[in-house]
Structures are given as structure tokens and as C-alpha cells.
Design a protein around this ligand. Structure first.
Ligand SMILES: Cc1ncc(COP(=O)(O)O)c(C=O)c1O
Length: 399
């Protein structure tokens, strides 16, 4: 199909919930994409932090093909090797976590996290009143009802109310507000160490540690949403590790199976007691294809030290962008990020520059109108990053 035919059928047959970019991709390899007309792009989006190991990674294609020829789906009524292997490997990426539950998306992972936190508090601890989840301004936890209530953004909830009760939001970075908000009804605090959809807002590490300390003092669970920031993107395997904290529960998804739908939570041995047989479940969670691929994703990330690579390459991009900002005042307002999770905020709308970069073959994200969000595959070549920065700087100079 031509690009025009695809757009026409999308507008005719697909519910119009997305403001799509004017491009249709047909093929990918590593950090490169080709559209339906054969034009090549450098991918600095990675499907919104999903394809961390690049498109059609040969090792993942091999494990996927092998698994596809063996067994696809049998249900969670039975045991499977890929699921337990993945869980064991993920537990090994943390200092203190013991158990996983797998589902199919980031929103579902946060629903699971909320259910686990509440059930642990009410059933294991016997604190029937401790059901409230506290989140931060600027957060994003997903589009399902619980996750939407946790996100607490009116624009996203338009037309969908009533949302479930038991969610409170406080100003990010304001520890006094957090101290005031936590009370006997609080079950858990949930935060992203780097707020992605919020515009790449990096939470102050001292603040994150102070929130954890408050949670310990007040007997409240401390939970991290690692859906976007996790899986080596932040410069550590998990973004919470950049802050030196130890969450009770984390949620994960996106890069976990490099593009096959997969999400999950990981929790300490103690909090995992919150779930017993029948408490929670899903048909597709940890299917054999996704589990086999995710298991290899964890192997490759650890073998190739992609956390360290993300930190090194991310610093290289941010150092260059900050040097440019200082040399050319007024071109960039702020450079924020951790690892290969970067926001370059302009003092004005970034739409024209973003569109011109796309036209020139560089795919990145326009976030909140003024911020260019970079989430490249963790395996992107340095020369591709440099070429992108050359193209960006040329456009910033033109104004
Ligand atoms: C931090 C965070 N949590 C949850 C989600 C929801 O994930 P999904 O779109 O897979 O439901 C996202 C999606 O962008 C996210 O960035």
C-alpha cells in the first residue's frame, strides 16, 4: 500500500485516538527505520522506549523463531520454563526483590502494583483503612481506570468519570506536601524516578530518598513505576537504582520484550505475600513468546553492559546540548535527563524543528509542545547520535 492509502484507511477504519506523525514505517534494523517509500530514518524514539535492543535484533529474532516453532501459549494454569527463567533473571537485576507477576502492558503492570499494594496492606497487615495511593504531579501511569486515577490528569479523564476512589496527588519535589499527605489511610506512594510523559522531569535524588524514608517511618509502601525508565535506559538497570532506594514494588513493561507486549511487577518477598492463588491473573501474561524474548533481552542487556552505555552516550548527548545552549543563549531553555532518557526543552514551540528533523530522517518525540524527547535504542551508533545533534544544532541556529 502507498502512504496515502494507509493514511486513508487509518482514517476510515481506525478509531481516531492518536495524533499520528506523517510517516508509515515498513522495515527496521537496529536504530534505523525505512518508510513505505524506502526512505531511511535514524530512530531516536525506539517505539517510545520499547525497542531498546533495536529493531529486528538478530539474537531476538533467533530466540523468537525458535520459540515460535516450539510452543506459543498454554495458559497460566500450567508451569513453563521461559516464564520462570525470566523471573529468576529479573530478580537477579535487583538487590532485594524476590518475586514477579507478568501481564501485558504498562497500565496493566500499574493496576497489578496497586492491587498488590492494597491487598498486602489490608489482608497481610490487617490495615483495612490503608488503601490510598499517593502519586506525584506530572506523573503518568497509564490509561486503564486505576492507572488513570493514579495519573490524576483531568484532560486524560475527560468523559470517563467516575474514576476509582483512593488516589491522592501531591506536588513532585515537595517533601513537606508528601509528609502532610501521608496519613493512616495511605497504602503506598508511587513515583517515576524520571517522569517520561511529564516531559522528562528528573526527580531530585535526595527527594526520592526522602520520600522512601518517609514511607518507612510512616509504614507505607514505597513503589516505583519503571515502565519507561527501567531496563537500562536511565544508566542503571532500574532507574530507582540511580537514587539509592529500595522500593517494595516496581512496575515494568515497554523494553521488557523489545516490542512484544509484556508488562509485570516485581516485589519483595514480604509484599509478595499480598497475592495468593486466585487474587490476580491474566490469560496472556508471560506467554512463551514474550517470556523467551524478554529472557534474552535481560541476558543481552547485562552481557553488553547497556546500562553503562546508556549513561556514557546519554552524558555525551547532554554535555553537547548544554555546551550548545551556553554558546548560543536563547536556543535551548533546558537539557534534562538520565542516561538515554533525554528532554531538550526549547524556549518556544519545538514543533517546526521536530517536523523538520523528521523530514530530514530523524525520528524523535515532541513532548508538551516545547520539549524534544530522545529515547533512542540503547544500541544506537555514536555516529547516528552525532548526525542527529548536527541536524538539531543547524536548525536551532536558524531559529
Ligand atoms: C511511566 C509509565 N507508566 C505506565 C505507562 C503505560 O504503559 P502502556 O502504554 O504500556 O499501558 C507508560 C506509558 O507511556 C509510562 O510511561
Amino acid at each position: 500500500m502507498t502512504y496515502e492509502e494507509i493514511v486513508s484507511d487509518d482514517h476510515k477504519y481506525i478509531m481516531q485516538t492518536y495524533g499520528r506523525y506523517p510517516v508509515a514505517f515498513a522495515r527496521g534494523e537496529g536504530a534505523h527505520l525505512w518508510d513505505v517509500n524506502g526512505k531511511e530514518y535514524v530512530d531516536l524514539l525506539a517505539g517510545i522506549a520499547v525497542t531498546g535492543l533495536g529493531h529486528c535484533n538478530p539474537e531476538l529474532v533467533e530466540v523468537l523463531t525458535e520459540q515460535a516453532n516450539r510452543l506459543w501459549h498454554v495458559s497460566n494454569l500450567v508451569y513453563t520454563q521461559p516464564q520462570v527463567e525470566l523471573a529468576r533473571k529479573l530478580v537477579g537485576t535487583t538487590e532485594h526483590m524476590s518475586r514477579c507477576f507478568f501481564c501485558n502492558s504498562g497500565a496493566e503492570a500499574n493496576e497489578t502494583l496497586i492491587k498488590l499494594a492494597r491487598r498486602y496492606m489490608t489482608r497481610v497487615r490487617g490495615r483495612e483503612e490503608a488503601v490510598d495511593i499517593i502519586t506525584l504531579s506530572g506523573c503518568f501511569h497509564g490509561r486503564t481506570f486505576g492507572a488513570l486515577a493514579a495519573t490524576g490528569r483531568d484532560s486524560l479523564a475527560d468523559g470517563f468519570k467516575p474514576l476509582p476512589a483512593g488516589f491522592k496527588q501531591v506536588e513532585a519535589g515537595n517533601i513537606e506536601a508528601m509528609a502532610k499527605a501521608i496519613d493512616d489511610k495511605t497504602c503506598a506512594v508511587l513515583l517515576e524516578a524520571v517522569q517520561g510523559e511529564g516531559g522528562v522531569i528528573v526527580l531530585d535524588e535526595d527527594y526520592v530518598r526522602a520520600v522512601e524514608k518517609l514511607c518507612r517511618e510512616r509504614d507505607v509502601l514505597f513503589c516505583c513505576d519503571e515502565v519507561q525508565a527501567g531496563m537500562c535506559r536511565s544508566g542503571r538497570f532500574w532507574a530507582y537504582q540511580t537514587c539509592g532506594v529500595r522500593p517494595d514494588i516496581i512496575s515494568m513493561a515497554k523494553a521488557l520484550a523489545n516490542g512484544l507486549p509484556m508488562g509485570g511487577v516485581m516485589a519483595t518477598e514480604e509484599v509478595s505475600k499480598g497475592f495468593v492463588a486466585g487474587s490476580h491473573g491474566t490469560t496472556f501474561g508471560a506467554g512463551l513468546l514474550a517470556s523467551a524474548v524478554a529472557s534474552r533481552v535481560v541476558d543481552i542487556m547485562q552481557r553488553d553492559r547497556l546500562d553503562e552505555r546508556a549513561e556514557r552516550l546519554g552524558n555525551r548527548i547532554m554535555d553537547r546540548a548544554r555546551a550548545f545552549m551556553n554558546a548560543h543563549p536563547g536556543t535551548i531553555r533546558e537539557v534534562r535527563g538520565k542516561g538515554l532518557f533525554i528532554g531538550i526543552e526549547l524556549p518556544h514551540s519545538a514543533r517546526e524543528i521536530w517536523a523538520s528533523l523528521l523530514e530530514a530522517g530523524y525520528l524523535c518525540n515532541l513532548c508538551h509542545e516545547t520539549t524534544l524527547r530522545l529515547l533512542p535504542p540503547l544500541v544506537i551508533a555514536e555516529k547516528d547520535v552525532d548526525a542527529f545533534m548536527d541536524a538539531l544544532e543547524a536548525r536551532l541556529l536558524k531559529g
